[in-house]
Design a protein around this ligand. Structure first.
Ligand code: BGC
Length: 780
């Protein structure tokens, strides 16, 4: 692993100075007693904890320790959906299991920061129970495009959902005294060539979309640390850009914690130090040498190094390890599985339902189709979860647990098919560790005779389709679409069951949107489960059977086809980028597979990506330009119905508030999320048709029960960013406040007048090097 040579550089230290020991009150004094070499070590990591003999095998890394000054290493491990560490350790017979929690996207689909808090709290407890200190999570990059390989770790195409859910998660983890590391800061919206790609984005979308989620999370939860990303933004590596890590993050947002780089990100360690990227992880010899030399030759002020060391030590003194916490080295896997099951089910989105769900009590025998029913996807791949989980509940198990009989002939057929496919796809066995998605089995369609027997023997057909993605590569456009054999399976199963008057349900167990428009009307219900974690089969069964009334909403738009969103043109949707495994983020400049074929000129969407859609990401585009979608942002059905009524709406010089009474008008208990969109007046800057500013979820409401939910946001949240004078500008005029159940389903609107325009000036930061062209689709 890169960075392993660091240990060899550890310097001998003067033994005579050992009086002072670190505590929260003497950090400056302790720094005063460090040698220059020790200070440099404190701002870089100690390599990845991958080999034999490390304290926590399979974890991301640790900070440097100086025992004579009472400074321990504190331990960093990945999330977001699982505490990532090796399940097995050398010469140790036990298994170190961690819970696979719902993916970031699934958590966001709950539209409930409290659900994120619960997942965070359980994860924070696992980190603590296993003796570590900081969870490298959550990921708060915007879902700019449906094909980003890491969308499953992220929350939404909308920055308010992103920021509020991230804050809930962070507050949850930190409620256990475990630290978080909000990542990947910022504009890391594609994985293709992630170490070198330059995200070129105008200041307005940068401020309003790509930074906004981070800003909300920082202000509402103060994460202990932030991780800068691999990519560049407007020509500069994020870990080397003082505009980002000092001017915006600290000066404007008041961030107080440590900034650390993504693993081996950036090129110039000294520039990173000056930018206030306090710590470089996991640390490389060349970084150590560069920083040391720069201080020695006067190009890096030692006071800058001291400042960065101080921030690292401020983190150290907050950690479990510093407090000598006696960890149990085991965690409450049972309780956490329950958290996963509850929140995993709560994040499931009912997209369509024509008179079939919840399954009626007469339904006893179910036919499960689709290889994913038998081999469910609990989570995405990447360091956040290497795919070596604790267990995964299949849909067979989930339905059986719920008391159903699952067609035994189909089970037999799928078992054989999956075994054959495994041999075909992995003749030498599945890899034990993978960053990129494992290959999934192809579908097959039962013969007409087989189908006829299955229809006869079963009351309903359930088809599950899976998609997974990972780190360091993006999905290709063909993964957005259903494959030919998947479409054939839907068609033939639907025809056979419908001919017998029986119904068909499709379950999507996916990382990110897929195409649904062409086939959704052939079936009776569509459930989008995203990736609910290890309890996946139980979560889906809970919703199918009505044990849980679905209350999830889509945190992103499901477009009709790829190419409908303006960002689609500026994304490497058909590019096969192969990152050599040895080169994981070592700062080298890789190109794709065949070097000699590559043009010399920087390649569009690989070396740089122009964000030509500007502010028109997701529903901001589809709503404003009246473009048809398959399922709109915020969409999600329930087994009951809800009535909305505005109780009050108020505004003062700082704050806005709207109270909405939500009444369960249907026949079973359920929860509802109220989404608050704002439409700005004409005049001032050009605006999207509407923008989400707040959301709130009810408790479980019994039929006839009402709850008044409060939606609050700041007056200046309705402002837009004017690039001409680097100001947030609030236009005067009449604003419409809309309480909705999706971006396409507004239930009630009130008008509020802003009588005085306002401006708040901020740094003129991260300006693009040239004007980003405007995509034709967003020209007005
Ligand atoms: C990922 C980060 C992760 C880090 C440490 C990087 O490759 O981008 O999300 O925290 O590795 O494992």
């Amino acid at each position: 692993m890169v960075g392993i040579g660091i240990a060899a550089l550890c310097m001998a230290v003067p033994a005579a100075q050992a009086q002072v020991k670190l505590n929260a009150g003497n950090i400056d004094e302790v720094i005063g007693q460090m040698t220059l070499e020790e200070k440099v070590h404190m701002v870089i990591g100690c390599g990845m904890s991958m080999g034999d003999g490390v304290k926590f095998p399979g974890t991301a890394g640790r900070t440097y320790d100086i025992p004579r000054l009472g400074i321990p290493s504190v331990y960093l491990a990945d999330g977001p959906h699982r505490l990532a560490m090796s399940v097995k350790r050398d010469f140790d017979s036990r298994f170190y299991y961690a819970t696979e929690f719902p993916s970031g996207t699934t958590v966001a689909a709950t539209f409930d920061p409290n659900a994120a808090f619960q997942v965070g709290a359980a994860l924070g407890e696992e980190v603590k129970d296993y003796g570590m200190d900081v969870l490298l999570a959550p990921g708060a990059n915007l879902m700019r495009n449906a094909l980003c390989g890491r969308n499953h770790e992220y929350y939404s195409e909308d920055p308010v959902v992103t920021g509020k859910i991230a804050a809930g998660y962070i507050n949850g983890v930190q409620s256990q005294g475990t630290g978080t590391c909000l990542k990947h800061f910022a504009v890391n919206n594609q994985e293709t060539n992630r170490n070198n790609n330059d995200s070129r984005v105008a200041q307005r979308p940068l401020r309003e979309l790509y930074l906004k989620g981070f800003e909300i999370a920082v202000k509402e939860s103060q994460p202990w640390s932030i991780m800068t990303s691999y990519n560049k933004v407007n020509g500069k590596y994020t870990c080397e850009d003082i505009d980002l890590t000092q001017n915006i993050l600290r000066d404007e947002w008041g961030f107080k914690g440590v900034v650390m780089s993504d693993w081996n990100a950036g090129k110039d360690a000294v520039t990173s130090m000056k930018a206030g990227n306090d710590m470089l992880q996991p640390g490389q010899d060349r970084q150590y040498k560069a920083i040391l030399e720069a201080v020695q030759n006067g190009t890096l002020d030692e006071a800058v190094l001291d400042r960065n060391v101080k921030r690292v030590l401020e983190l150290v003194v907050k950690c479990h390890t510093f407090a000598d916490y006696e960890y149990a080295n085991e965690t409450d896997l049972k309780a956490h599985a329950q958290v996963d099951r509850t929140i995993g089910a709560e994040g499931i989105v009912l997209l369509d339902n024509r008179d079939i769900l919840p399954l009626a009590s007469g339904i006893k025998n179910v036919a499960l189709y689709g290889t994913t029913s038998y081999d469910m996807v609990p989570a995405g791949m990447g360091f956040g979860s290497t795919g070596v989980g604790y267990y995964t509940v299949s849909l067979v198990e989930g339905m059986r647990n719920a008391g159903y009989t699952v067609d035994a002939d189909l089970i037999k057929q799928y078992k054989k098919h999956l075994a054959d496919e495994q041999k075909r796809l992995y003749p030498n066995g599945r890899p034990p560790f993978s960053l990129t998605p494992l290959k999934r089995a192809e579908e097959f369609v039962p013969t007409a005779e087989e189908l006829a027997a299955q229809v006869k023997n079963n009351d309903v057909a359930i088809l599950t389709f899976g998609r997974t993605s990972g780190e360091a590569s993006d999905r290709r456009v063909e993964e957005f679409y259903m494959k030919e054999n998947e479409t054939a399976l839907i068609k033939q199963v639907a025809e056979a069951y419908h001919a017998a008057g029986k119904k068909v349900v499709v379950v999507l167990n996916i990382c990110s949107p897929v195409e649904t428009a062409s086939w959704k009307n052939q079936v009776d219900a569509v459930l989008c489960a995203f990736q609910p974690g290890q309890e996946v089969g139980n979560c889906v069964a809970d919703v199918l059977t009505g044990k849980v009334n679905p209350s999830g909403h889509l945190p992103m738009t499901f477009a009709v086809k790829y190419g409908d969103a303006p960002s689609d043109a500026n994304f490497p949707y058909d590019y096969e980028f192969k990152m050599p495994s040895f080169a994981m983020g070592s700062g080298m400049n890789f190109k794709s597979k065949e070097k000699e074929e590559k043009p010399k000129e920087p390649e569009r969407n690989v070396d740089f990506t122009d964000y030509e859609e500007g502010i028109y990401v997701g529903y901001r585009y589809f709503d404003t330009f009246g473009k048809e979608v398959s399922y709109p942002f915020g969409h999600g059905l329930s087994y009951t119905t809800f009535g909305f009524e505005v109780v009050s709406s108020d505004m003062d010089a700082e704050d806005c508030e709207m109270k909405v009474a939500v009444t369960n008008t249907g026949k079973c208990a359920g929860k509802e999320s109220v989404q608050l969109y704002v439409k700005a007046p004409e005049g001032g800057l050009e605006k999207p048709a509407k923008e989400l500013k707040a959301f709130a979820k009810t408790k479980l409401l019994q039929p006839g029960e009402t709850e008044v939910v409060t939606l609050s946001w700041k007056l200046m949240d309705m402002a837009s960013f004017n690039e001409k004078n680097s100001s947030w500008e609030l236009a005067k005029g009449t604003y419409q406040w809309m309480a909705a159940t999706s971006s396409a389903d507004v239930r009630c609107t009130v008008e509020q007048k802003v009588t005085k325009s306002q401006k708040v000036k901020v740094h003129d930061a991260m300006r693009p090097l040239y004007k980003i062209a405007e995509n034709d689709m967003v020209k007005r």
